[in-house]
Design a protein around this ligand. Structure first.
Ligand code: AMP
Length: 114
């Protein structure tokens, strides 16, 4: 199997505006932002989607969520708030089969989502 688009971003084979990275996760700005701040946080491990995550991924997923909150704060979203979104599967609008947590902020958001 070839690399996913997001694995290529992790490996710097495709350029991206990376705002944070460590040995487990990478955060970069979404190429088509849906809010004034729109960042994706992904595991380096190519888990396709949360529905396919395994018990051994528990620590990685905890790390990913904590880093998403850190990144949101570092981008100035801590005070007014932000939304974290995981789109799982076709009905949710998933387009890239590599787990990613959207950080959306910088504007007031509707609930429920469309
Ligand atoms: P989803 O629809 O939840 O699968 O989200 C995939 C996201 O990846 C979308 O918001 C896209 O705009 C974003 N995206 C696709 N290609 C790139 C890229 N090369 N760099 C940054 N973001 C991307």
């Amino acid at each position: 199997m070839g690399k996913t688009l997001f694995e290529k971003i992790c490996d710097k084979e495709i350029p991206a505006d990376i705002v944070y990275e460590d040995d487990q996760v990478v955060a970069f700005r979404d190429i088509d932002p849906k809010a004034p701040t729109h960042v994706l946080v992904i595991p380096r491990k190519p888990i396709p989607r949360i529905n396919e995550a395994q018990p051994e991924d528990q620590k990685l997923l905890g790390h990913l969520l904590l880093k998403a909150a850190d990144v949101a704060r570092s981008l100035g979203l801590g005070e007014d708030g932000f939304r974290l979104v995981l789109n799982n599967g076709r009905d949710a609008g998933e387009t890239v089969p590599h787990l990613h947590c959207h950080i959306l902020g910088g504007r007031k958001m509707d609930w429920p989502p469309g």
